[in-house]
Design a protein around this ligand. Structure first.
Ligand code: EPU
Length: 346
């Protein structure tokens, strides 16, 4: 299946709810279809910029996209159980949370903490999604791709993916070069809950469950409930989850700041560096819940920017820049967007 569209509305393809359009939109259903698309791009549409999207839950369009937007419709989950492990090969277009739900039901463990993260499996591997002490890289075994220049297949072992906090080679050095077609996961058939991230044990106890007795279903349920309480539902209010990354700073810088701001929290990264919650920095600058035009900082989680209705991408960017300027002026810390901003600043 290859679907070709022209002057196509991207409104259903970005959770920020920005009314951007794509000059061309191409969706493909199999790896062979994707190879055909690569040939078509080379022969019929040479030189046009190409953007591959997933569920659109981490994108901000500043303008219409005057090129080709690609979207995978490759579904399917193949599963092989081997001793205490389960190896799963999952199509890039499978909805991430459907995959997590299925794993929990089938007793394949390791992704419970990543419950309810929006988006699709392919983008999860590009973005190295993470929450509550677990990152996609912890469970990924390999990433299958097609080279968008040559149409050749290439499988990246997890160690070749350059994974770091919300980062990978697919976002960095090899950006735009490969389309992820399948992601291979190595999960455990034994449930070893990861409860160290603040709030999980308390949330279980609040339900009358002793953390050591928690099941995978319990963990999925409390993670889902915490996210629903803090994060706005994109179906109700446009947003892309955390808009900024949590900045990583040298411990010496943090120690100096801590002298002036004794309540500043941090998480250890390594012996030399700590991560400071951007939500805290933004809240201290008085931005939590504050609107700017048709955009606003979310009132329950300051790391999230929301579309109050009808905002353009540029209005969201203006808010982003106002928040960055205030955090810079007050703390000397630079906030980097986690969201992919498409369309340039002009
Ligand atoms: N905080 C505030 N005010 C706020 C928000 C946060 O002071 O408005 C401070 C508090 O000290 C709080 C701490 O920040 O204890 C951490 O907050 P939270 O647990 O909500 O997590 P986060 O660091 O703000 C990160 C991820 C989220 C992920 C959560 C849970 C990034 C950029 N964000 O947020 O990921 O769900 O941890 O693991 O790393 C996403 O990527 O879209 C996303 C939602």
């Amino acid at each position: 299946m290859i679907r070709l569209e022209q002057d196509f509305s991207l409104l259903p393809y970005n959770t920020f709810g920005i009314a951007a359009r794509a000059a061309r939109f191409v969706e493909y259903g199999t790896v062979d279809d994707l190879r055909q698309v690569v040939r078509m791009l080379r022969d019929d549409l040479p030189g046009l910029p190409v953007l591959h999207i997933g569920g659109g839950s981490n994108l901000l369009f500043l303008s219409d996209f005057d090129g080709v937007v690609l979207h995978s419709a490759i579904g399917g989950v193949e599963c092989r159980v081997s001793g205490r492990e389960a190896l799963l090969r999952v199509g890039a277009a499978v909805v991430w949370d459907d995959f997590v739900a299925r794993c929990v039901e089938q007793g394949f463990h390791g992704v419970e903490n990543l419950s309810l993260i929006p988006g699709e499996v392919g983008a999860a591997a590009v973005q190295n999604i993470g929450a509550y002490g677990v990152e996609a890289k912890d469970v990924i075994e390999a990433v299958e791709t097609v080279d968008l220049q040559t149409g050749e297949s290439r499988t990246f072992g997890v160690e070749e993916c350059g994974y770091a906090y919300r980062d990978s080679v697919f976002k960095g050095r090899l950006r735009g070069r490969y389309a992820v077609t399948h992601v291979c996961f190595r999960l455990s058939r034994q449930f070893v809950p990861r409860l160290d991230y603040g709030g999980l044990r308390e949330a279980l106890r609040a339900e009358g469950i002793r953390p050591e007795d928690a099941t995978a279903r319990d963990l999925r349920r409390v993670v889902t409930a915490i996210r629903q309480a803090k994060l706005p539902d994109p179906k109700v209010q446009g947003n892309a989850g955390s808009f900024f990354k949590n900045p990583v700073v040298d411990r010496a810088v943090y120690d100096r700041l801590k002298a002036d701001f004794p309540a500043m929290p941090c998480y250890e990264v390594d012996a030399r560096r700590v991560k400071v919650p951007a939500g805290w920095l933004i809240e201290q600058c008085g931005w939590k819940g504050r609107p700017l035009g048709r955009a606003a900082v979310h009132d329950r989680q300051a790391l999230v920017l929301v579309n109050r209705g009808g905002a353009t991408g540029r209005e969201i960017l203006e808010l982003c820049e106002a928040v960055q300027a205030d955090v810079r002026a007050r703390f000397g810390i630079e906030l980097s967007p986690e969201v992919n901003i498409i369309g340039g600043k002009q």
